[in-house]
Design a protein around this ligand. Structure first.
Ligand code: FES
Ligand code: FES
Length: 913
């Protein structure tokens, strides 16, 4: 068949059943992305004869005689298309995985469609931005500052260096490459929640033409590990094998088929015969702890860092200071309730996956979608017994992470397949696999008891948490500890008690997810603060002001922490409360709503340590180039978190140059050094600090060299506009580079950060909602967020992180929910059924920043990509309670969840109840 792509004629026959998306990618049009392959996300959007279509839904043969435009051919002749320019000006992207499709759809809108963007953009999902910067692009807003003088980059809204590549579709993600001789991996997954594999008959599968290997538990090393990646291995239990002979959740891998084509691998998976011995399964976490419950990991012990395998306990914690029971008995007001948080998914648009091959030097290369290349290399080295220098793990641009890629879900099987076959291999998870076989947020049951005296001073805070970690314990302990820490240590209270257990169940494992346990706990804690305030007749703002920690106050949660390195490097919680209160009280147009709509306000606050405890390490290296610019190497990955922009800003500011003169290499273990990873918001606070240290050291060396040449005191030298200056003398960086060549010693420096001491960041979220008491429908009338990010490194990007975090949390609070049936199956493993929020679902959030400067963070900055998520569901719950007088305790706050209680309280609209 003949067809045109980006003005070029092609003559090619598609395979039977092939869709246009895969055909275009096979022709090298990597700007056409896969987010779902089901018509739900729009990442694969192309123009077919000028009309936007989801290419994953179009049979390839339909392209016959048609003209297709991909993002790479869009606006080619006269430079960028105006919409590409508009996305650059507004920076309407973060990870950029959705951007090609989004731009093509936006550019096709007519005036009528532009008047109803919610409907017009319903087919294009963005998981990162919260859609406001996309709306800005459509409105022609310019959010970037393009030209900033040398040495002044930090604190300015500079654009992402990858922006031009992103809007033109030339940014390269994990699978945007061609490798000769590539084999494809498909995984057979368990249909049972708990079973022993008695036998696997591979014969028929191996007879499928093109199949090279079928890998089962017999082929994999029996080395236990955790998929969770932390700097210290002791944070997670050793309970996982690459391929196990016991399956503990529906979706666990049973076998991997490696074949010439995906089709052959899928066919071979279908022909594998597995003999299972079914074991009793536990779906409910409460039952997991009951006496006599089936044991999910009977062979694990505390040596494997499982707290009590015979009771299905992965981790537990208990502690008290003061006397909570006595304090509650004498409090002027008390509150007690049980909250249930649900299971939600990261839903990064780029699914997990990677490529692996052995190079000519025998080095195992793994190109993967990860937040933790260095820790993944370490794990692969341990499991396969390879020296560290024989394993290279790296990532190109990553299409979203949100904590979900702080795991090793695919690299292990990729490595096994590459080592066994000696051929390059590829594994790209489907969207369904992403739902059923990667990780989710930990569902938690949180019981809270709280008390306050008549002046509104807290007298008692007690949390009892049951966390469901699913079939494996990756992140189980740290998430639970985190949930029980900052959620209550942000409040002064003389009596505090916590009990926490994380239990195994035969369900899809939970793992790291933005906020890391705090969002679940805050729903209960912040509800308690509001309810006590209500009972005492105190405003929610003042109630918090009377109780929050202030600089100098100890930040305490029982049991006593072994880490004492969290300091008040800066403090802006008071400002955040003021900013939200002022904005929420500011006059706005009164909502024009019929009387059945009930209006209410709610707020919630959060504190977060700026770095995870127990070590987070980053190295940075910087050198002067011959052209007077700098090469900066860091280990941290870019997945929409904006660190590639901020690292250059830090270096450029410290070295008195402009960001365009700082070239960045990142996220590749082959570059040397170490980086724990881009999680826990450490990309700026830890890795940025390493960059700052390296740049400062290089600045010293440049000044010393100039002083040596001038025979002057180095103290008289300063850096200024790409030069060293002393009085009237000036030596440019180009001249210094020449000097370095002459002396045969280049200018280079390295910096390191160990992630300690740590500081604290703060966020306050406010909502005004309207709830229809007759239907349970909910509208967000106002969303206000204040963040204390220290000196804001890049206000535009930081605002984007807040908008994106609020949007993602709103999705979880209002719509998203993974449903698991009694047999352990995820019943809605599709975007469509899971309900990811689209443009129409997300309100514009007013974002404010406290004015603080951190004494620990680089150039005064603190982290701000994780914590905006944390207070959202809590604030929403408080607003709904304020509007309706009903305390809902189990998000998502969907109409069908709200309706029964509203009916009970307010009766039918026709008055029959
Ligand atoms: S990949 Fe085609 S719509 Fe998601
Ligand atoms: S920028 Fe839209 S999905 Fe990441």
């Amino acid at each position: 068949m003949s067809f045109e792509v980006d003005g070029k004629l092609f003559s090619q026959e598609p395979r039977a059943g092939q869709c246009l998306r895969t055909l275009l990618r096979e022709l090298g049009h990597f700007g056409v992305k896969k987010g779902c392959d089901a018509g739900d996300c729009g990442a694969c959007t192309v123009l077919l004869d000028g009309e936007p279509v989801h290419s994953c839904l179009i049979p390839a043969f339909r392209a016959e005689g048609h003209a297709i435009t991909t993002i790479e051919g869009f606006g080619r002749d006269g430079g960028p298309h105006p919409m590409q320019r508009a996305f650059l000006d507004a920076q309407g992207f973060q990870c950029g995985f959705c951007t090609a499709g989004m731009i093509l759809t936006c550019a096709s809108l007519n005036q009528a469609q532009r008047a109803d963007l919610g409907a017009a953009l319903k087919g294009n999902i963005c998981r990162c931005t919260g859609y406001r910067s996309i709306e800005d692009a459509l409105l022609g807003r310019i959010n970037v500052e393009e030209s900033v003088e040398a040495g002044a980059a930090f604190g300015r809204s500079l654009p992402a260096p990858a922006g031009p590549d992103i809007v033109h579709g030339s940014a390269r993600y994990t699978f945007d490459t061609e490798i000769d001789g590539l084999l494809h991996i498909k995984l057979l997954r368990s249909p049972h929640p708990h079973a022993k594999i008695v036998a696997i008959d591979k014969a028929e599968a191996l007879n499928v033409p093109g199949v090279h290997a079928v890998l089962t538990h017999e082929d994999a090393p029996s080395i236990l590990f955790s998929t969770a990646r932390h700097e210290k291995d002791w944070m997670d239990p050793e309970d996982t094998l690459i391929v196990d002979d016991v399956v503990r959740f529906v979706g666990q891998k049973v076998a991997a088929v490696v074949a010439e084509t995906e089709g052959a691998a899928e066919e071979a998976c279908r022909r594998l015969r597995v003999d299972y011995e079914i074991l009793p399964a536990l779906i409910d976490p409460e039952q997991a702890m009951a006496p006599g419950a089936p044991i999910i990991h009977p062979d694990r012990t505390t040596e494997n860092r499982v707290a009590d395998a015979q009771r299905n306990l992965v981790a537990e914690t208990h502690g008290e200071f003061g006397d909570v029971a006595a304090a509650l008995a004498t409090s002027a007001a008390t509150f007690e309730a049980t909250f249930h948080s649900h299971r939600v998914q990261h839903a990064a648009l780029e699914t997990h996956g990677g490529l692996a091959w052995l190079d000519v030097e025998g080095v195992l290369n793994v190109r993967t979608s990860t937040q933790v290349p260095f820790l993944t290399r370490r794990a692969l080295s341990d499991i396969f017994g390879l020296p560290m220098d024989k394993v290279r793990v790296f990532c190109e641009r990553v299409g979203g992470g949100f904590g979900g890629k702080q795991e090793m879900f695919v690299e292990d099987i990729l490595a096994l397949a590459a080592l066994k076959t000696g051929r390059p291999v590829k594994l790209e998870l489907t969207r369904e696999e992403q739902f059923i076989a990667t990780s989710t947020r930990h569902p938690m049951r949180v019981r809270i008891k709280a008390g306050a005296d008549a002046d509104g001073k807290l007298t008692a805070l007690q949390l009892d948490v049951l966390s469901n970690t699913g079939a494996y314990g990756n992140h189980a302990g740290p998430v639970m500890f985190h949930a029980l820490a900052e959620s209550i240590s942000v409040y002064n209270c003389p009596n505090k008690k916590v009990d926490g257990v994380a239990v195994y169940t035969n369900t899809v494992p939970a793992g790291a997810f933005r906020g890391y346990g705090l969002p679940q706990a805050l729903i209960a804690v912040e509800a308690a603060i509001d309810e006590l305030a209500k009972r005492l007749g105190i405003s929610p703002y003042d109630m918090r002001r009377r109780n929050i920690v202030k600089p100098g106050d100890p930040m305490l949660a029982p049991p006593p922490s072994e880490y004492h390195d969290v300091l008040y490097g800066s403090y802006g919680l008071d400002q955040c409360l003021d900013l939200v209160e002022r904005a929420m009280r500011a006059d706005g147009p009164p909502p024009e709503l019929p009387p059945e709509w009930l209006i209410g306000d709610g707020i919630a606050l959060t504190m977060i340590d700026t770095v995870p405890p127990a070590g987070h390490i980053a190295d940075a290296m910087i050198s002067l180039r011959d052209d007077g610019g700098f090469d900066l190497t860091v280990g941290t990955a870019e997945f929409g978190n904006g660190t590639s922009t901020v690292h250059r800003q830090i270096a450029a500011t410290t070295l008195a140059t402009t960001v365009d003169r700082v070239r960045l290499r990142q996220s590749d273990t082959a570059h040397g050094g170490h980086d724990t990873g881009a999680y826990g918001s450490a990309g700026i606070f830890v890795a940025g600090k390493a960059t700052h240290a390296a740049a400062m050291q290089l600045a010293v060396e440049l000044k010393s060299a100039a002083a040596g040449a001038w025979l002057c005191d180095v103290e008289t030298c300063v850096l200024d506009e790409d030069s060293v200056v002393s009085g009237v003398r000036r030596m440019s960086f180009v001249e210094l580079a020449k000097l370095a060549r002459e002396r045969g010693q280049p200018f280079a420096a390295s910096g390191n950060s160990g992630g300690t001491p740590r500081s604290v960041g703060f966020n306050v979220q406010g909502f005004r909602v309207a709830v229809n008491k007759a239907t349970g429908e909910l509208k967000i009338l106002r969303s206000v967020h204040a963040a204390d990010a220290g000196v804001v490194a890049n206000p535009m990007q930081c605002r984007g992180q807040v908008e994106g975090g609020v949007a993602q949390a709103l999705g979880a609070a209002l719509y998203e929910e993974m449903v698991i049936d009694a047999e352990g199956h995820v019943t809605n493993p599709k975007f469509r059924d899971y309900h990811l929020p689209t443009f129409a679902d997300i309100p514009r959030t007013e974002v404010f920043f406290a004015e603080t400067s951190d004494t620990i963070g680089p150039l005064g900055a603190k982290s701000m990509s994780e914590s905006p998520y944390n207070p959202v569901a809590a604030a929403l719950g408080n607003a709904i309670a304020d509007a309706t007088g009903i305390r809902f305790t189990a998000p998502p706050f969907k109409p069908d969840r709200l309706f029964p209680a509203l009916l009970d309280k307010f009766g039918d609209s026709d008055g029959t109840r």
